[in-house]
Design a protein. Sequence first.
Length: 144
Amino acid sequence: MSKQYSGNEGPVPIRPGAELPPLTVPVTRTLIVAGAVASRDYQDVHHDAEAAREKGSPDIFMNILTTNGLVGRYITDHFGPRCTLRKVAIRLGAPNHPGDTMVLRGTVSEVADGTAVVRVTGENGRGHHVTGTVTVALDGGGAA
């Protein structure tokens, strides 16, 4: 999956209030199933559409571990390979189904002692799929 930033793709200053460029993630059946298998989540609702429908869902849906990985990727794509994720605290909302598009957005809420806290949201056509915060240690140990 390649970066699909929209808008300003230049570096964002690392200061409270700074907004990261959005990342558009096409949600495919393959992404959902591959993410579930890669994270060893074999629950049928993540790979079997009939089983998902029997349990009240219109189709298979993305698991939290795949969402967590996409949120981490969003942050590391922005801050670079030398940053380190210190804490990822997310909550799921509206499910991601095949054919959805999720747009991740982030806003720096704190910068101190070589770390930044980023408030992250991921929305699809039904609303917020994910909300939360990510604490990242910045490369070089300091905030620019």
